[in-house]
Design a protein around this ligand. Structure first.
Ligand SMILES: Cc1cc2nc3c(=O)[nH]c(=O)nc-3n(C[C@H](O)[C@H](O)[C@H](O)COP(=O)(O)OP(=O)(O)OC[C@H]3O[C@@H](n4cnc5c(N)ncnc54)[C@H](O)[C@@H]3O)c2cc1C
Length: 270
């Protein structure tokens, strides 16, 4: 990373490295500062089949190990015929660090829960997405030159530097005013004056800057996300995250991933 890392950025970078070390199968690094982790989940293929059988039997499957061909066939038919609610009973919690322009597309998937780094209580991540050669190429042709990307990178660095300088000056103003008794002394953990400065200064954060999100989603909505965001017409960077989210999900629930892919392929083929 060629940006001057502030404290929040250095801490997040350290945390990403630790998560990759602790959960190598559940994490993936993307781009120059990006990251995704499938942190946790609830339910599996057995949860779905058991839910669907509420009206027909009291026999419950414990896990995928109990699955017969009949159970596999039921899973497929439920998905193919849009029996949606059993698929809403299985949940996933992802954490990702992605450029804000990717977040703006992701957040359109309203049937899910979002928690995003506000930049109000800490400084923003002082790293911006830099497109590599593949990201700026269409059929091998580079639409942006090296010089353009170098200038882009310099502009991002300037914005982060500006933030740092202005924040430092704002803190000095606040400290001076406080020492002179012009504003009330700080009480408790958070300083509302510094908080307001961070709130205003975050406005210069470019959409290429990285932000940090927890995303909680049920399988029905996740399938819709994969169907829309892994397609070739989705933006390259969005697809990188959607593909990584899919790989992490498929490693956790391979039968569900395989069944979903079969249904999506069949729908696409008409
Ligand atoms: C290639 C691509 C280009 C796009 N371009 C743009 C763009 O230019 N501008 C833009 O703003 N968005 C754009 N989108 C976003 C797109 O319009 C959807 O908002 C986004 O993909 C989320 O899909 P969704 O609504 O199915 O998901 P969710 O919001 O998660 O909804 C899931 C499902 O719930 C149901 N649902 C949710 N909310 C409602 C509702 N209010 N009324 C009725 N049913 C509802 C629908 O069945 C929906 O499919 C684009 C998406 C793609 C994949």
């Amino acid at each position: 990373m060629s940006f001057q890392a502030n404290k929040a950025t250095a801490e997040i970078a350290e945390e990403i490295a630790l998560r990759c070390q602790l959960n190598p199968a559940g994490t993936r690094r993307i781009g120059n500062f990006g990251f995704i982790e499938l942190e946790d989940g609830w339910g599996d293929e057995a949860t779905i089949v058991n839910t669907a059988r509420i009206s027909s039997t009291n026999k419950r499957l414990q896990s995928l190990a109990d699955f017969s061909d009949k159970d596999r066939a039921l899973l497929y038919l439920l998905l193919k015929d849009n029996h949606g609610t059993p698929f809403e009973t299985v949940y996933f919690r992802y954490r990702f660090i992605a450029p804000i322009f990717v977040l703006r597309q992701w957040v359109k998937h309203r049937v899910s829960s979002w928690n995003e780094f506000s930049m109000r209580y800490r400084k923003p991540i002082s790293a911006a997405y830099i497109p590599d050669t593949q990201a700026r190429s269409v059929d091998g042709f580079e639409v942006l030159s090296d010089a353009a990307v170098a200038e882009y990178e310099a502009m991002m660095a300037q914005l982060f530097d500006w933030y740092e300088r202005q924040y430092e000056q704002a803190c000095e103003r606040i400290d001076t005013a406080r020492a002179a008794g012009e504003i009330p002394p700080k009480e408790g953990g958070r300083d509302p004056y510094r908080g307001r400065a961070r709130e205003l200064l975050r406005n210069v954060t470019p959409v290429a800057a990285y932000s940090d999100v927890y995303w909680t989603v049920n399988f029905r909505s996740l399938m819709n996300f994969f169907a829309l965001r892994r397609k070739p017409d989705a933006q390259y960077e969005m697809r990188e995250y959607a593909d990584a989210a899919f790989d992490l999900f498929a490693a956790r629930l391979p039968l569900l991933a395989e069944t979903m892919q079969r249904v999506l392929n069949e729908k696409q083929a008409g």
